[in-house]
Design a protein around this ligand. Structure first.
Ligand SMILES: [Zn+2]
Length: 235
């Protein structure tokens, strides 16, 4: 990220005290956007450090890719790019009407991640799905419904790559595409709504699969340690 001036400003009116961030890219904010009173600069922000450690390489665990079919919102696609980057997704297949990084709205939410993840556009998701299956990828649809398995119980298969398939915000995953998927995984829902925003669902799903794999491999390492050094398991 480029260097930039960033501040926290706060309204001086004691009944308002509206507190908000300001950067040099924002319009001048000498007055409170809520009440119009003057504002103070209460804090100058240091450059934001890169949060989070690089936990593992994309090769840690089976490869993960994603197929977005007819995802309409460029903001959703941008969020998915950013999340895919974080979770070590190898490739994003963008199908049908799904916007590509050529759309500036994708870049706006992806914040650069759209340049770090290989992606390709395909007119017909079903043609692509058949090709990916022939190459040995397993297709998992991210979708609710009676046939869906809870994501909480879904473990990545060792040795085989999984393509997570997400569909349109309103109509869901195309039934023809769903029929080509080896399994359907759903996120457990506790509230009144039956589904999450597609980008949020995608984020939950890729991280759930990755965490599960990490725990699984830690468990395997532990077993290995115990096997090599039986005294370490004494109670
Ligand atoms: Zn104010």
């Amino acid at each position: 990220m480029p260097m930039m001036d960033a501040q926290i400003r706060q309204c001086v009116d004691p009944t308002c005290r509206f507190r908000f961030p300001w950067t040099e890219h924002d319009p001048p904010a000498l007055r409170c956007p809520r009440c119009g009173a003057p504002v103070d600069i209460v804090r100058t922000l240091p450059q934001r450090a890169e949060a989070g450690e690089r936990e593992c390489s994309a090769l840690d665990g089976p490869p993960l890719a994603a197929l977005l079919d007819n995802v309409r919102s460029a903001f959703n696609v941008g969020s998915i790019f950013r999340c895919a980057d974080g979770a070590g997704v190898a490739h994003l297949y963008l199908c049908g009407v799904t916007p590509t990084p050529a759309n500036p709205k994708v870049a706006k939410t992806a914040l650069g991640a759209e340049q770090s993840i290989p992606c390709s556009h395909h007119n017909n998701a079903i043609d692509l799905a058949r090709q990916l299956k022939a190459e040995g990828w397993r297709l998992w649809a991210l979708e609710g419904g009676p046939a869906a398995q809870s994501l909480a119980g879904a473990a990545l298969p060792a040795g085989a790559g999984v393509v997570l398939v997400a569909g349109n915000e309103v109509t869901g995953v195309d039934l023809g595409l769903l029929a080509l998927c080896e399994r359907t995984v759903a996120i457990p829902m506790w509230g009144v709504k039956r589904s999450l925003n597609v980008a949020v669902a995608f984020g939950v799903a890729v991280y759930a699969l990755r965490f599960r794999w990490l725990n699984h491999s830690c468990f395997e390492n532990r077993k290995l340690q115990v096997a090599n050094n039986p005294s370490s398991s004494k109670k």
